[in-house]
Design a protein around this ligand. Structure first.
Ligand SMILES: Nc1ncnc2c1ncn2[C@@H]1O[C@H](COP(=O)(O)OP(=O)(O)O)[C@@H](O)[C@H]1O
Ligand SMILES: [Mg+2]
Length: 368
């Protein structure tokens, strides 16, 4: 039998893997193709930031399924230069802008009002409770809500450091944070344009004295437009967490957010489903107000990790309005246990991501 590059490409395009965007592949990506004694030899070059071993295995399986005549496949994957550049430039960027910060994580959502800021705040407090040093940047400069949710409205202190003016982050519940809401009047409308927005976030990274942090979390503005796209390219990100609610209108936008991060090569560390269900306090009966299983469904569909599902609980809203995050105030509730679990699942994903990246450094060295 004979096999063509376009047949192989069709098989590869069926594959779904986190961080892998087969739309980037062309016939030219297939550098070698040879079928001999029912064994296929294939060499492709890719530019995505992902786990190469997992992709190799998926390609091998897909080819064996699609072409039963082929008995085995030997796959080689080569990262092309753009990938190397993206990867090393992210690291370099992080080390120059945020030298003391180990991991930077964006909390994002396709839609507003899904509980993104609530998740960002409670996640930060949960990580701090587990002993990590944590920072939080309110990057939602159109609707800054972190000062309200942490119950702090002081102006950050500024001081002269060498030849620049630096700002000290505020601290509450073990979390260092900064927000435009601390710097401008609450009632004043904030009219930013895209470049100003990313300029403000750059300053939050470079002009704030963060010190040493294991995690710096960014509460991004909702949506997947130009402003969000610019921001995710401005911040050197370890990865992103996507918050969604279970119903289809929210999932559509969560998918768009996933695609946005894939496009700019930022790994999606997982999805958090908020407002997953409601337990009636009087009867204990569970109500799936916005449907169920939506978050898990898109995780399967797009091969990303499901970090957990959070119930609807009026105390979450009260905690937000009163500046006392529920995970801090009511540690024994189901909500707080789930939140701690989500934080631990996230730490696991960050560790996996970091070990993948050190694998990639090896690949880069091997090639040279
Ligand atoms: N699981 C939940 N149960 C009850 N109220 C919630 C829950 N998650 C968020 N809220 C409330 O919903 C509102 C919107 O949440 P917020 O975090 O501000 O959303 P976003 O940042 O996505 O716009 C807030 O009043 C918040 O307290
Ligand atoms: Mg918000």
């Amino acid at each position: 039998m004979n096999i063509t590059k376009s047949q192989i490409l069709n098989s590869i395009k069926k594959i779904q893997l986190n961080g892998f965007n087969s739309n980037h592949l062309t016939l030219n990506s297939i550098e070698e193709l040879e079928l001999k004694d029912k064994v296929l030899k294939l060499k492709i070059s890719i530019s995505d930031n992902l786990n190469v071993e997992a992709l190799k295995e998926k390609i091998r399986l897909q080819i064996l399924i699609d072409y039963p005549e082929i008995e085995n496949a030997d796959i080689q994957i080569k990262h092309n230069a753009t990938n190397r550049d993206i990867f090393s430039s992210t690291l370099q960027k992080k080390n120059s802008i945020l030298p003391g910060v180990k991991n930077t994580i964006a909390v994002a959502s396709g839609k507003g009002g899904v509980g993104k800021s609530t998740v960002a705040v409670n996640l930060a407090v949960a990580l701090a409770k587990d002993g990590f040093s944590v920072g939080l940047i309110d990057a939602d400069i159109y609707g800054p809500s972190i000062p309200l949710m942490l119950g702090v409205h002081e102006r950050p202190k500024v001081f002269q450091s060498e030849n620049s003016v630096k700002m000290l982050p505020l601290e509450k519940y073990g979390v260092r944070f900064i927000s435009i809401g601390l710097l401008v009047d609450d009632t004043a409308p904030i009219i930013w344009r895209g470049p100003m927005a990313s300029g403000a976030i750059k300053q939050f990274m470079s002009d704030v004295e963060w010190g040493e942090l294991e995690f710096l979390i960014f509460d991004l503005p909702p949506g997947t437009g130009d402003i969000q796209l610019t921001l995710v390219q401005t911040i050197p990100l370890t990865g992103a967490v996507i918050v969604t609610t279970p119903q289809e209108v929210s999932l559509i936008d969560a998918r768009k957010a996933l695609m946005m991060f894939n496009r700019v090569n930022v790994p999606v560390l997982g999805v958090v489903e908020n407002m997953s269900y409601f337990i009636a306090p009087d009867t204990g009966k569970r109500y799936d107000i916005f449907g169920s299983g939506g978050g898990e469904k898109i995780c399967k569909e797009l091969s990303v990790e499901f970090l957990g599902g959070i119930p609807i609980d009026p105390r979450i809203r009260e905690g937000g309005d009163n500046g006392i995050p529920m995970v801090y105030d009511l540690p024994d509730t189901e909500y707080s246990k789930i939140m701690m679990n989500i934080a631990r699942n996230l730490v696991k994903q960050v560790n996996i991501q970091n070990s993948k990246q050190s694998d990639k450094i090896e690949i880069i060295f091997d090639e040279n």
